[in-house]
Design a binder for this molecule. Structure first.
Ligand SMILES: C[S@@+](CC[C@H](N)C(=O)[O-])C[C@H]1O[C@@H](n2cnc3c(N)ncnc32)[C@H](O)[C@@H]1O
Length: 252
């Protein structure tokens, strides 16, 4: 029986994530009808999620960075602007393959789905400001990371936690991954689903309270906020979600 994670190996999800990470506003926003200006503005503010989550790290040079659940790589490339070394890890072989092809300087052609069999060909490329030579992508499991990863100045995990069968295995590893004084950005839309996480492994109450309880012994909470994001499925179907983002600093 296919596991729920197999969806991240499908061409359809690869297309959606290439558009989500690399698409332009014109490609991502609804174009079938003219929407009220306030709605268009709210949707436009939901673009560039993979860039916005990275912008929560403190300004300045960042040393080593780890991007967990990096998907097709946009946040890893954004981290490469300020960090000398970035490791992007994702469970999906298809996503990691695409991220590596982009890193090699290839323009990746993908399908922007309109409806039924209709689609447009689009192209993803690494943004010019990124430093792809600083990035290393690998396939791996955030709940069972290799032991020799070392420690990082910045760890980023966006919209990953509620896709893990055993999220505590990641949360409990985080103190060892972040150097004292280093930073952690965690974002989650808290969309806990049985297909990904057995209910006995869901937070007992609010995700934010559960994160504080698990992380505060090793980290200080610097700030929390909400970051909206928009995933375009077809010309007329969009997922608008609100991720809860927290920035933490590793205690000395
Ligand atoms: C909802 S997507 C978020 C991707 C990206 N961080 C973003 O914000 O656009 C979840 C990602 O986590 C990856 N993933 C799921 N389980 C994982 C695991 N055990 N270890 C590493 N990555 C995993 C999926 O392949 C997918 O790329």
């Amino acid at each position: 029986m296919p596991s729920s994670h197999d969806i991240y190996e499908t061409e359809r999800l690869l297309d959606e994530y290439l558009l989500f990470h690399y698409g332009s506003a014109d490609e991502l926003l609804p174009a079938a009808v003219a929407l009220p200006p306030e709605l268009t503005a709210a949707l436009a503010a939901s673009l560039d999620f993979a860039v916005r989550t990275v912008s929560h790290f403190s300004p300045g040079s960042g040393g080593r960075a780890l991007d967990l659940g990096c998907a097709v790589g946009r946040s890893s490339f954004e981290l490469s602007v300020t960090c000398d070394e970035v490791i992007g890890i994702d469970f999906s072989h298809a996503f990691v393959r695409a991220a590596r092809e982009l890193q090699d300087g290839r323009a990746l052609t993908y399908r922007q789905h309109e409806e039924a069999r209709l689609h447009r060909e689009r192209t993803a490329v690494v943004p010019a400001h990124a430093r792809p030579e600083r990035v290393h992508f690998e396939q791996g499991d955030a709940m069972n990371l290799r032991g020799d990863l070392g420690v990082f100045d910045r760890v980023h995990a966006a919209n990953l936690l509620c896709r893990l069968p055993e999220p505590l295995r990641l949360l409990d590893r985080l103190p060892a991954l972040v150097r004292p004084g280093g930073e952690l950005v965690l974002a989650t839309p808290c969309t806990w689903l049985e297909e990904f996480t057995p209910p006995e492994n869901w937070p007992p109450g609010e995700t934010s309270a559960w994160l504080r309880e698990r992380l505060e012994p090793g980290f200080s909470l610097i700030h929390t906020t909400h970051e909206p994001f928009l995933i375009r499925e077809t010309a007329r179907k969009f997922q608008w979600s609100l991720s809860q983002l927290s920035l933490w600093q590793r205690r000395d």
